[in-house]
Design a protein around this ligand. Structure first.
Ligand SMILES: Cc1ncc(COP(=O)(O)O)c(C=O)c1O
Length: 444
């Protein structure tokens, strides 16, 4: 394939070191199955499902066909005061996959919008039942809920606080992070068992400080993905559910990464056997092909907002996006979720997870600067010792080196993460992990 000339003057790249990128561009022009092709003809293995999105792999005909058909049938219609058939069908498919009475979907376009939507549902719900004073949100250190002000506030990403701290929401608190680098540096396909009860802090300090009667919702990622695949202690999510129930606090799971198969189940909620009050999704719902996100709400949330005395012509929940339930995105979701089912891809993810975990632990443990490895579901992370004074540099260099060797890995701080499409084969895992090992050694 011939080189495709690049004109790079106008795009400001997201979450990317722009200056360095322009010196060493990495630009995809094509994708199929597990692989990309770059503008300069390189073949690159997608070791991260393009940021946890492409569970079924790239360029899947049933999804592409559904999108083309939908474009020729109903390209777009406004979402307010009217709706479209695809949005209703997608909501029915999504809720049929969700546990418990998570039966009502509010669509949006991204994980960030899902975070802010769910926080707004929480406030509206409490207000509708006469508890408008419940306006404290609780998140967790290093939680990532996107880039909107709500998600950034409840999230616990230090860089967000550094850059935007003055503009974050008031009345937000954070629970401790869920990682113990001393006792749980290496976790291989199991839930970490803690001797300490991490949630005592919530019960004995955070809730009494704000008074539990003021707390609207607690939002967590069941597995913290963006920070680098950190697993909750055994029993943690169950206990969090009990604490929320005890105090009338809503529990929101941000399943933007864990939803639709990454844990080998429909949702992490199924994997851990805990039903949240709201479940945020995005990414894999359309196999990443077209932006779509949403919040699945339990019946009582919807019912509370519907059962009010206001006249029927008034809007019960003052929220929505121009593209909420976009028909083409919803057609893509219906086709993607059907494809996952037809090819039994969530089961495949649960079978390939241990293969990835085995390879990561057996190949990387003991290599220079490796200080931890975690695997569960179809994802695994390796922690590296930071270069003194330059946090993140070692992993970034290794990411670049892997890319040049034809493997896309994700760097988060000094952690490197693999989360391949569910169609991944043993030979892909071999290539991913051996490439990462050679890059780690090269940067020793
Ligand atoms: C758990 C979680 N929530 C929210 C988001 C934000 O999603 P988006 O980038 O689609 O806004 C992400 C993105 O990776 C995520 O991992």
């Amino acid at each position: 394939m011939k080189n495709i000339p690049l004109q790079m003057e106008n795009q400001w790249l997201p979450f990317t070191p722009n200056r360095h990128f322009r010196k060493e561009p990495r630009v995809f022009v094509k994708a199929n199955g597990m692989h990309f092709t770059t503008h300069d003809g390189k073949n690159v293995l997608d070791g991260i499902s393009s940021l946890w999105c492409v569970g079924a792999g790239h360029n899947r005909a049933p999804i592409n066909e559904a999108i083309k058909k939908q474009l020729d049938t109903l390209d777009y219609s406004t979402a307010f005061q009217v709706s479209n058939d695809q949005a209703f069908e997608a909501a029915a498919v999504i809720t049929s996959m969700a546990p418990g009475d998570l039966n009502k979907v509010l669509f949006c376009n991204s994980g960030s919008e899902a975070a802010d939507t769910s926080l707004k549902v929480a406030l509206a719900y409490h207000r509708a039942r006469g508890q408008g004073h419940r306006n404290v949100f609780i998140g967790r250190e290093r939680g990532y809920h996107g880039v909107g002000f709500g998600g950034m506030s409840v999230g616990g990403i230090p860089a967000n606080r550094k850059a935007f701290g003055t503009a974050l929401l008031p009345r937000v608190d954070h629970m401790r992070f869920i990682h113990d680098p001393i006792n749980h540096a290496y976790i291989h396909g199991v839930e970490p068992q803690w001797s300490e009860d991490l949630l005592l802090e919530l019960e004995n300090r955070i809730l009494p400080l704000h008074d539990p009667s003021n707390v609207a919702a607690i939002m967590v990622e069941p597995v913290a993905g963006s920070a680098g695949w950190y697993l909750p202690p055994k029993g943690y999510l169950q206990r969090l559910r009990q604490i929320c129930d005890k105090h009338g606090i809503l529990l929101i799971f941000d399943e933007v990464i864990t939803g639709f198969g990454r844990m080998g189940k429909n949702f992490a909620a199924d994997f851990y056997g805990v039903v949240p009050d709201m479940l945020n999704f995005a990414k894999c719902v359309t196999n990443g092909v077209i932006p779509l996100g949403g919040v699945i709400c339990r019946d009582f949330l919807y019912d509370t907002l519907m059962n009010n005395d206001s006249p029927e012509h008034t809007i019960e929940f003052f929220h929505g996006y121009t593209y909420s339930g976009h028909p083409v995105a919803c057609a893509a979701a219906i086709a993607s979720l059907d494809l996952f089912k037809q090819e039994d891809l969530f089961n495949r993810a649960s079978q390939m997870g241990p293969v990835l975990g085995d390879a990561m632990h057996s190949t990387l443990k003991g290599l220079p600067h490796v200080v931890g490895i975690r695997s569960l579901g179809l994802a695994a992370a390796v922690d590296l010792l930071s270069i003194e004074g330059s946090p993140g540099k070692r992993a970034y260099q290794i990411f670049l080196d892997c890319f040049n060797k034809g493997v896309l890995v994700r760097a988060a701080g000094d952690t490197l993460v693999f989360a391949p499409p569910y169609i991944v084969e043993n030979n892909h895992i071999d290539q991913m992990v051996s490439t990462l090992a050679s890059s780690i050694q090269q940067h020793a």
